[in-house]
Design a protein around this ligand. Structure first.
Ligand code: UD1
Ligand code: CA
Length: 459
């Protein structure tokens, strides 16, 4: 099989976005555009993937990490000049090179595969992925000759009125014979309205050399949406959201109102999960079968076990077991782990804490930097006092302990197995297993106090 390479163009500043954030890093469904592109390319069998970066390069490299190699385009002189920067790595290689723009987040691996298959079948030296656009404004147009063969691509700004009427557009995605691509790039000039070195000019150059040029038209225009401004960004968001949501519904997930459900592309959801409106599920979140999420719940990088219910809550970077109840209005902060059959009720905050099976924190508590065993009951208003202004300390609560309401547990401290802490206690020493600890001032009752007050008032 011929070797396959890919070049992702991501060096443009994206002036039309009017943003501090580098264009290709703008997220679509919570994932940066360029990451979408690279993830789809990585479904192909590639020998090497190279991203062309420019202004803001480090941030793109931070995002993509080892998913890509990088070349820097110091000055943004156009898409042809951008690809040319990869010649240090690719110029002498034999094989096929796919070029994709970092601002086309909806492009799928399937379409890229079809493009490659078409390229191979036609034995072409260059194949353009084209699409039919209802409104082609802003895209390069595909100019075909009398015989229907692709002749060249003309950019919006260089197009005559007649050419502007053409609705077949260049999606900015291509396959090339690698060696011919880099040879032809040397001959691309910047003699055009924008004074840029256009990659699509390679088509006309190869055509002029008598090479076979082909086009593969994708039936789904939406895949080729290029995001140049925030209007297009919102369109991309909507299209991606619909695509992701539809996939989950087809897999057996109920989305009560898909228009108001925001699910990231890397989220996994099991069968018979029900998601109520206003939910945002992001990152590497996994939800097992029969769970119920929402309304108005945000989960980021969480694992949620089967039959768990989470209402009106926020959870981040945490593990939530099976048959757990969370919320309404709970906050599960990073590095928390809830066992099976746990209950986290309203206005409870959990941070970097582990709770064993069947433990309950039903109302108004803060459990941070804690290890809580199985079957523990934590009463309303309990606080793990974990921070002295300098350092954080651990609270340990062993199996089956019972913490009375409105207790402060001043860490580092351990409440032993099966121990009781009386309501209103401030605990700053370990409580032995099976003991009852009361740490509050003793109550005194003054008999007849009210009538004494009344007689004082009369005098
Ligand atoms: C480009 C195509 C156009 C096509 C459209 C599809 C050219 C000249 N035009 O236009 O035919 O219809 O995409 O969306 O190629 N970039 C660099 N370095 C540069 C310039 C751009 O890396 O010097 C990168 C950008 O970051 C971007 C991509 O190349 O990801 C495309 O550039 P952009 O300026 O958005 O091109 P379009 O005008 O959209
Ligand atoms: Ca673009």
């Amino acid at each position: 099989m011929t070797n396959r390479y890919a070049v992702v163009l991501a060096a443009g500043q994206g002036t039309r976005m009017k943003s501090k954030l580098y264009k290709v890093l703008h997220p679509v469904c919570g994932k940066p555009m360029v990451q979408h592109v690279v993830d789809q390319l990585n479904t192909l069998d590639l020998k090497e993937l190279i991203t062309v970066v420019g202004f803001g390069a480090e941030k793109v490299q931070d995002q993509l990490g080892e998913d890509s190699h990088y070349v820097v385009q110091e000055e943004q002189l156009g898409t042809g000049h951008a690809v040319l920067q990869a010649d240090k790595i690719l110029a002498d290689k034999e094989g096929t090179t796919v070029v994709v723009c970092g601002d086309t987040p909806l492009l799928t691996g399937e379409t890229l595969q079809k493009l490659l298959d078409h390229h191979d079948r036609e034995e072409a030296k260059a194949t353009i992925l084209t699409a039919h656009a209802e409104d082609p404004h802003g895209y390069g147009r595909v100019i075909r000759g009398g015989n229907g063969q692709v002749e060249r691509i003309v950019e919006q700004k260089d197009a005559s009125d007649e050419e502007q009427a053409i609705q077949e557009i260049n999606t900015g995605t291509y396959c090339f014979d690698n060696a011919m691509l880099f040879e032809a790039l040397k001959n691309v000039s910047n003699d055009n309205v924008q004074g840029e070195y256009y990659l699509p000019d390679v088509i006309e150059i190869l055509k002029g050399q008598g090479e076979t040029i082909s086009a593969y038209q994708t039936p789904v225009f939406s895949e080729s949406l290029g995001v140049n401004d925030r209007v297009a960004l919102a369109k991309a968001e909507k299209l991606m959201k619909n695509r992701v949501n539809e996939q989950h519904m087809r897999n057996g997930v109920t989305l009560v109102d898909p228009d108001q459900t925001y699910i990231g592309p890397d989220v996994t959801i099991g069968q018979d999960v029900v998601i109520y409106p206003g939910c945002i599920l992001e990152g590497q979140t996994t939800i097992e079968n029969d769970a119920v999420v929402g309304p108005h719940t945000t989960l980021t990088n969480c694992h949620v076990g089967s039959q768990t219910t989470i209402k009106q809550s926020v959870a981040t970077d945490s593990q939530i077991g099976e048959r757990v109840q969370v919320g309404p209005f709970a906050h599960i902060r990073p590095q928390s782990s809830l066992g099976n059959d746990v209950k986290i009720g309203n206005f409870v905050e959990v941070k970097k804490a582990e709770l064993g099976n069947e433990s309950k924190v039903s109302h108004l508590s803060y459990i941070g930097d804690a290890e809580v065993g199985n079957g523990v009951n934590i009463g309303c208003g309990t606080i793990t006092v974990n921070y002295d202004g300098e350092k954080k300390y651990l609270t340990t609560i062993e199996d089956d302990a019972f913490i009375g309401c409105n207790s402060n547990l001043i860490a580092p401290v351990t409440v032993g197995k099966g121990a009781y802490v009386a309501a209103g206690s401030t605990i700053n020493q370990d409580v032995p297993s099976e003991a009852l600890s009361i740490a509050r001032s003793r109550q005194t009752n003054k008999e007849g106090y009210a009538s004494k007050m009344k007689s004082i008032k009369k005098d």
